[in-house]
Design a binder for this molecule. Structure first.
Ligand code: NOJ
Ligand code: MG
Length: 561
């Protein structure tokens, strides 16, 4: 019989992610900030989460909105200052919530002091903080290798003064740090200590599996149109050595870590997040659950495949059981809104509820992205110049080569760009969705009069209340957090059904994808007539039966305890 695994705070917790620029604007300059966060701490607490993860708050020229960090030990003046951050930190702690910061060490901003000094040339001690290399031909005529960045053309940018190139796997304004240099690793440790000494509880580590580059920087697989060379910068063995070093510092503070890891598989994850591996990271954000309607990246769209989604969840549940721990999420700042992708706009609330239950009731630590809890949706912009993100513009260049007009590209971006997740949070039905009295830095979704926090608070059937109930239920029932997962109805193209079992208690989660009615019969060994239906996104029947026909996007959760 499956029994409870060791409870640890970060296994029990659920996390709310804030992308600060669009969360709440406390000083009315059109940009989200820490004043806004301070005002909303009670709202976040009321959701029932135990931690807040902040996307970068660092000073940044915003080439990638904070993921280009210009000073690791400070706060962006647009968001506040260290003193205000400390108030937010204390305020979160006073409410029993932990605070997790984004640690972006694969690269800095090109405005970072280290990078500016590195440009002085090889005599500068900062030169070797980055990947400066001679080209294959002098005068900037041929870069050191054929790598392409993920965000902005070639991965090498030429500096005329030095007659050298620097490496940037992401945007030009994000030069890659040379973590192989022990001095850089000392800097990282000093950054960790700075925030941990202040009281921060852990880190979400940005593209952490990219921090080692193959020695000699060899050419990459030539056919890759973006990110060419990634086989030489993804999950190389030294990553683990570096993480081991950082962990020594983190362990002094009992700090938590979750690493972002593109292309991650469960097998590889076990080399990082298991006890055997030395728990180099506590959790890992993999991308497989986000690939049910695309090929590797959101922009290469495919029809939604429930089978792919179920397989991704099930493989990770099964592989991590008793070995590692799952980080469960369906939204963050890098993906379009989930209701548009895996749910239905027509059944926004029903499908949003179903998707929430689907992932929150699995074993693991759930992450909820700002706005997800009220069912925010993608925005439809009219023109390219309304977009803001370097990735969108880079993709425009690529799609133009494939014959896309600007108009057609804008339609694609409205479905596929991560900017859909970055519209200001809709707090009320008032001007600018109550986000700010000033014109916000990015358009507010015009559906704010209908979809907003105030409306969700007032409606007992809202997604917001559903999320609260799910998170409370998860806390009260260890079978959710620590249960042994089994998938049922595996070959169904419209139902996702799984059970969890722990210490004789059982849970069955039935999720109907789509509007079409489907005949459901309880899996063998599950007697629904003897269960309590804990959740239903339609009226819960007084008498339970073992067979029923599903309603559009229906979700039912049964508990035997
Ligand atoms: C992953 C982050 O989540 C994303 O927003 C960012 O653009 C890249 N890493 C580069 O830092
Ligand atoms: Mg502001």
């Amino acid at each position: 019989m499956p029994t409870q695994q060791n409870p640890i705070w970060w296994k029990e917790m659920s996390v709310y992610q804030i992308w600060p620029r669009s969360f709440a604007d406390g000083d009315n300059d059109g940009i989200g900030d820490l004043h806004g966060v301070l005002e909303k701490l009670d709202y976040i607490k009321a959701l029932g989460v135990d931690a807040i993860w902040f996307s970068p708050l660092y000073p940044s020229p915003n080439a990638d909105y904070g993921y280009d960090c210009a000073d690791y030990k400070n706060i962006h003046p647009e968001y506040g200052d260290l003193e205000l951050f400390k108030r937010v930190l204390d305020g979160a702690h006073a409410r029993g919530m932990k605070v997790i910061l984004d640690l972006v060490i694969n690269h800095t901003s090109d405005h970072h002091e280290w990078f500016i000094k590195s440009k002085e040339g090889p005599q500068s001690e900062y030169h070797d903080y980055y990947y400066w290399r001679k080209g294959k031909k002098p005068g900037g005529k041929k870069p050191p290798n054929n790598w392409l960045s993920v965000f902005e053309g070639g991965a090498w940018e030429y500096d005329k003064n030095l007659d050298e190139y620097y490496l940037h796997v992401f945007a030009k304004g994000q030069p890659d740090l040379n973590i192989a240099n022990p001095k850089v690793r000392e800097e990282v440790k000093s950054i960790l200590r700075f925030w941990l000494d202040m009281g921060v509880d852990g880190f979400r580590e940005d593209v952490i599996t990219y921090i080692a580059k193959r020695e000699g920087l060899p050419n990459g697989f030539p056919l890759m149109p973006v990110g060419r060379g990634m086989e030489h910068w993804t999950s190389l063995p030294p990553v683990k050595e570096y993480l081991k070093e950082f962990k020594e510092v983190l362990d002094e503070y009992g700090a938590f870590t979750v690493g972002e890891a593109p292309m991650m598989t469960p097998k590889l994850a076990k080399e990082y997040i298991t006890e055997e591996a030395g728990n180099l990271l506590d959790l890992m954000f993999h991308f497989q659950v986000m690939e049910a309607d695309c090929f590797l990246i959101d922009w290469v769209g495919l029809p939604f495949s429930l089978k792919k989604l179920k397989k991704a969840f099930s493989v990770w549940q099964n592989e991590m059981y008793g070995a590692g721990w799952n980080a469960n999420y369906i939204e963050n700042h890098d993906h379009p809104r989930i209701i548009n992708r895996y749910g239905s706009l027509k059944y926004r609330v029903a499908s949003g509820k179903m998707l929430a239950a689907m992932y929150i009731l699995q074993s693991g630590t759930p992450f909820i992205y700002q706005g997800q809890e009220i069912g925010m949706t993608n925005i439809a912009l009219d023109r390219l110049d309304q977009f803001k993100d370097v990735m969108t513009f880079n993709n425009f260049k690529l799609f133009k080569k494939l014959g896309f007009s600007e108009e057609r590209f804008v339609r694609l971006a409205n479905r596929r760009s991560r900017e859909n997740a970055r519209t200001p949070i809709q707090w009320t039905a008032e001007k600018n969705g109550g986000f700010s009295e000033t014109e916000p830095w990015f358009p507010v979704n015009p559906n704010y009069p209908e979809i907003n926090v105030a409306a969700a608070e007032a409606d007992p059937d809202s997604l917001l209340h559903w999320y609260r109930a799910l998170l409370a239920f998860r806390k009260e029932n260890p079978v959710v957090i620590h249960g042994k997962y089994t998938e049922h109805y595996k070959s169904s193209r419209s139902l996702y059904v799984y059970s969890q079992e722990l210490d004789g208690k059982r849970l069955l989660v039935v999720c109907a994808f789509g509007e079409k009615p489907v005949q459901f019969s309880a899996p063998t060994g599950f007697d629904l007539t003897g269960a309590k239906q804990a959740f239903g996104n339609y009226a819960i029947p007084g008498i339970q039966t073992n067979n029923f026909v599903t309603k559009p996007w229906e979700c039912r959760v049964y508990l035997w305890d």
